[in-house]
Design a protein around this ligand. Structure first.
Ligand code: NDP
Length: 456
């Protein structure tokens, strides 16, 4: 007779938890997943997927504007937010079913409700106790709102994705992934938009040239940028909101969105009962095998605040299941993870920023090109593409690739393979371009724009 109810009890049915469950079950483990909301987690229910569907919707807005230069006679077009949200909801419900089906097929038991950890081998859901040989915490993260007067009047990405009506005027607070992505969504769907960011450039952590470039591009697309600006308070004014900026400026808008980061979901999980102490951000510290400080308890995905991306959570969940149930011990590999911000234009990168490359490798050669994409010649849109490669001056190996362009996400995936394989600048030079395309710029960057760190 088994000592425990389950071999594995997973808390959280998002990308990381579902992958770990299915793989573990595939190895013959008896697995349960507890989910308090909807299967699919942030990515499927209120993140990547619905966001991308809204992004597609907004692209038509930009395309309609651009089409005139190509001879299209477009009479007054309008967009119905309600129809978009309804269609998106249908698709998300379908995907949720797919997730449910996948777990069912794998023989994983789904338990609806909020789970708390009671002991090293015990979890409680809806007042029912379950024992398990291993527990995996995969509870994700939740949007955080700044603590300012009127914070309760601000919405987050969760609310926007469920909003019933469009907003004509919007202020987005923040300058990270979500702020940039929703800025493009609102702009393309016709809202008048302000981005209010406390930093002097967007997307902290990205390459400095990229940060400056995307800021300029968003401004050129008609977004009112308020950089190096703080928000002191938000107030309701009849049906509108007043956003008080630190500069003294007051914005009057229909919607104020906080896109100011996400906090790992660790509160009231019962971690203290098993001696797991979260860090200052509320994240669970883990090693490269996703082991927490408590034997038999593991954590993957955004709750660990390593690299908060879906493919990373999936990779961590898979590696955990391989290691614990498949006798294939493998840690997680967080090197060379490509990433993309689905702003408009998109920002995508893989590898090191120029500053990181200089610090870690000393002498580097930087190749960069800023140009007007062919499409803009007829559309008349004031847009510029940035393509940048950073090469190690000694080994010639490409250390980082960066692009700001429409479809940058699609382009960087292939470049990421090249970097993983250790491609050198000579390999890029030996590759023929696809003409005419934006992507070919990566293989036609002949001369270094400059070199750094060589004399030191
Ligand atoms: P980010 O960490 O990307 O950005 C948060 C932004 O809010 C930063 O600009 C930050 O400024 C600002 N900020 C934080 N606190 C405050 C405050 N109190 N007042 C004013 N501004 C503040 O978080 P997001 O919420 O945008 O996204 C969370 C994570 O989710 C991302 O980092 C990413 O890992 C993931 N994600 C990935 C996506 C993708 O792959 N396409 C899409 C969406 C999310 P500062 O820079 O000065 O700290």
């Amino acid at each position: 007779m088994n000592r425990y109810d389950f071999d594995l009890f997973v808390i959280g049915g998002g990308s990381g938890g579902v992958r770990a469950s299915r793989i573990a079950a595939g190895y013959g483990a008896k697995v349960a997943v507890a989910e308090e909301y909807r299967l699919g987690g942030t990515c499927v229910i209120r993140g990547c997927v619905p966001k991308k569907l809204l992004m597609y919707a907004s692209q038509f807005g930009f395309a309609l504007e651009d089409s005139k230069g190509f001879g299209w006679q477009v009479s007054e077009a309008s967009h119905k937010w309600e129809s978009l949200i309804r269609a998106k909801d249908v698709e998300i419900a379908r995907l949720e079913q797919v997730y449910e089906g996948l777990l069912g097929k794998a023989g994983v038991e789904v338990i609806k409700g909020k789970a708390t950890i009671v002991g090293a081998h015990e979890v409680r859901v809806n007042d029912v106790s379950f024992t398990a040989a291993h527990i995996l915490v995969a509870t994700g993260a939740t949007p955080e709102v700044p603590e300012i007067p009127g914070a309760e009047l601000m919405v987050t990405s969760n609310d926007v994705l469920a909003m019933e009506h469009a907003a004509e005027t919007v202020a987005i607070v923040g300058g990270g992934y979500i702020a940039c992505e929703f800025a493009g969504i609102f702009k393309g769907l016709g809202s008048k938009l302000w981005m209010v960011h406390r930093g002097s450039s967007l997307l902290r952590g990205f390459d400095e040239q990229v940060r400056e470039h995307i800021g300029n591009e968003l401004a050129a697309s008609g977004i009112e940028m308020r950089l190096a600006s703080t928000v002191a308070a938000v107030e309701r004014k009849r049906n509108a909101y007043l956003v008080y900026l630190g500069s003294g400026e007051i914005l009057e808008v229909d919607l104020v969105m906080a896109a100011t980061g996400r906090r790992p979901n660790t509160a009231s999980l019962g971690l203290e009962r098993v001696g797991i102490h979260v860090d200052a951000r509320g994240a669970i510290p883990v090693d490269s095998y996703s082991r927490t400080s408590s034997d038999h308890i593991y954590a993957v995905g955004d709750v660990t605040n390593r690299i908060n991306l879906t493919p990373v959570a999936i990779h961590e969940g898979h590696a955990f299941a391989d290691s614990v149930f498949g006798a294939k011990s493998r840690g997680t590999d967080h090197e060379g993870v490509p990433f993309a911000v689905f702003s408009q234009p998109q920002v995508a990168a893989v590898g090191l920023t120029e500053a990181e490359a200089c610090t870690r490798h000393g002498g580097v050669r930087v190749y960069s090109s800023v140009f007007r994409p062919m499409r803009a010649t007829l559309s008349g849109r004031n847009e510029r593409v940035l393509v940048k490669l950073i090469a190690d001056d000694t080994t010639d190996r490409i250390l980082g690739a960066h692009i700001v362009a429409p479809d940058a996400a699609e382009i960087i995936q292939g470049i990421a393979v090249a970097l993983k394989a250790g491609a050198t600048k000579a390999d890029f030079d030996a590759t023929l371009g696809v003409h005419p395309s934006v992507a070919e710029e990566f293989v036609t960057l002949r001369n270094a724009t400059y070199s750094t760190g060589l004399q030191s």
